[in-house]
Design a protein around this ligand. Structure first.
Ligand SMILES: [Zn+2]
Length: 90
């Protein structure tokens, strides 16, 4: 069930970090397809965290700090970027 008051917190972090990667690494393809592929691959390997927009609440719920979530996202993101780089579908 999708509600405007809920969002996948992980998805937001992945998007933020991916944009950072794209700024720093010019060898990553910037087309929409590759962006979506990287997002999907990364999210498939991470547990979804649907939460009310209150970020403090989710951290308590999952017993993770913001840094821990981000570190986990980075690991999966790097793997996904490599995979898409080696095998682009565009
Ligand atoms: Zn591409």
């Amino acid at each position: 069930m999708k509600s405007e008051r809920f969002e996948n917190y992980i998805e937001r972090i992945v998007r933020e970090e991916l944009n950072r990667f794209l700024e720093q690494d010019r060898s990553i393809c910037r087309c929409n397809k590759c962006f979506q592929d990287i997002m999907t691959l990364t999210l498939n390997n991470l547990p979804p965290m649907y939460v009310a927009s209150d970020v403090g609440h989710i951290m308590t719920m999952f017993n993770l700090t913001r840094d821990q979530v981000r570190a986990q996202v980075m690991v999966e993101l790097i793997k996904a970027i490599e995979q898409v780089k080696n095998n682009p579908r565009h």
